[in-house]
Design a protein around this ligand. Structure first.
Ligand code: FE2
Length: 431
């Protein structure tokens, strides 16, 4: 007897009419015409069933703090960092935990079940570290939460940053973070990359840096990060987040840089929602989008995983834990509008992010943990276009969130009485 049987599902790879059998928290079979009995059966009616969404770049210690102690008036990264510095002394363990748990509730409702969060270690109390370690434990049955030890004020700019970073790692924070473009000089930035990569190599940990989140085309810390990754044998275990300077770099230099990033097997984590608002703030017109070169990186075989970065905090006043909103923005700012490109963007909020975070046991395959989401859309492109409703979110075979389908009741002469946006304009993407 199965625990759960989902009938007539469309899958992200294009298969349709598929049944998904779940037993003991795992996918038992994914095939057509499964006849086994099940405790519960769901008819997906040709809707898309996808592995859960993943956010590989977030700041859970700051989330939902918008307006505390004031709003970011300039909208810049630097005012955001200054504002966070004003808020930090006012934080309490209970308030950080409460906001993070509220965010996790929202994430689950959006089918977002794995999150990598940076946590600021520059506060000598390590208050946010302790709070998010508590949260990681509290949510572990429904969200995989990875934590990155993030020296927000700079490894060398902040006197106790390295000491605190090591303390955070000793407490159980998973990953080594950094912010080389915020160090005092380019040389300090490069030195911080070297030092932090050595710490990661010594401890057998992964690396994820905020890297070159600036419009300065001479911010080239990604080059140092790739070189240190290769020198220390960290290939496949290092992520470069943001990489916005690449938007403004000289094309000849980028033609050398892209193969180097690929050689180092660095995962690139662009954050298109926030960086379209933060970058280009010193420009008049034309205004740069400030998004890294996603299609070019993909063409060189670099794994691209899209992040949300922030949700209602000192840096970004918007956000709703919706990785389809992130994908939607990526399609626009990267002009990835072909059928193939939109499929790649869907991968960038699902399977690519699982690779970037090193999550095994992910995907709609027999034997994997039965984690999936039923969307009010028929395929990945429609899911991105509609930022589709998450009808049903399943974790280890259990339904942990349900949302009613979005259907409008119309009162128009001679027109249908109901409108389901997912059935409004069917498109055959194979044409
Ligand atoms: Fe970030």
């Amino acid at each position: 007897m199965l625990d759960l049987l989902i009938r007539n599902a469309n899958l992200p790879d294009g298969r349709s009419g598929m049944d998904i059998a779940i037993a003991n928290g795992r996918f038992e079979a994914i095939d057509r015409g499964i006849s086994a009995q099940a405790v519960k059966t769901i008819d997906a009616s040709g809707r898309l069933v996808t592995p859960p969404f993943i956010d590989p770049h977030f700041h859970m210690d700051a989330t939902l703090s918008l307006g505390l102690p004031r709003l970011n008036r300039s909208g810049t990264l630097l005012e955001g960092i200054a504002l966070w510095g004003e808020l930090k002394p006012l934080l309490t363990h209970e308030a950080v935990v409460e906001r993070a748990l509220r965010y996790c509730d929202l994430a689950v409702s959006q089918g977002l079940l794995s999150i990598r969060s940076h946590v600021d270690i520059c506060d000598d109390r390590l208050l946010a570290v302790d709070a998010l370690l508590d949260v990681r434990e509290q949510v572990k049955s429904y969200i995989d939460l990875q934590l990155v030890a993030f020296p927000q004020d700079g490894l060398f700019r902040a006197a106790n940053a390295e000491h605190n970073l090591l303390r955070a790692l000793d407490k159980g924070v998973d990953i080594v973070g950094g912010i080389p473009h915020f160090e005092r000089t380019m040389e300090d930035g490069a030195a911080s990359v070297k030092r932090l990569c050595e710490i990661a190599a010594d401890r057998g940990l992964r690396v994820d840096f905020h890297c070159d989140e600036t419009d300065d085309p001479m911010s080239r810390h990604i080059e140092t990060l790739a070189a240190q990754t290769i020198r220390l044998g960290l290939q496949g275990r290092v992520a470069g987040s943001h990489l916005t300077s690449m938007h403004s770099m000289d094309n000849y230099y980028v033609s050398k840089l892209l193969p180097l990033i690929a050689e180092a097997q660095i995962h690139a984590i662009p954050n298109p929602l926030i960086n379209t608002t933060l970058q280009g703030r010193h420009d008049t017109y034309p205004k740069r989008r400030g998004i890294t070169r996603i299609p070019e990186l993909m063409a060189h075989g670099v794994n691209i995983a899209l992040g949300q970065d922030c949700c209602m905090d000192p840096w970004y006043s918007m956000g709703s834990a919706d990785m389809l909103e992130v994908a939607h923005m990526a399609v626009h700012v990267s002009q990835m509008t072909s059928v193939e490109a939109k499929g790649q963007i869907f991968d960038a909020v699902t399977t690519n992010s699982a690779r970037a975070m090193g999550i095994d046991d992910y995907g709609l395959e027999k034997g994997n943990a039965a984690n999936c989401v039923i969307l009010q859309a028929r395929d990945p492109i429609e899911a991105i276009r509609l930022k589709a409703t998450r009808l049903c979110v399943i974790r280890n075979g259990q339904i942990i969130s349900e949302t009613p389908s979005k259907t409008a009741a119309l009162a128009l002469p001679g027109r249908p009485s109901q409108l389901d946006s997912a059935n409004y304009a069917p498109v055959d993407h194979s044409q």
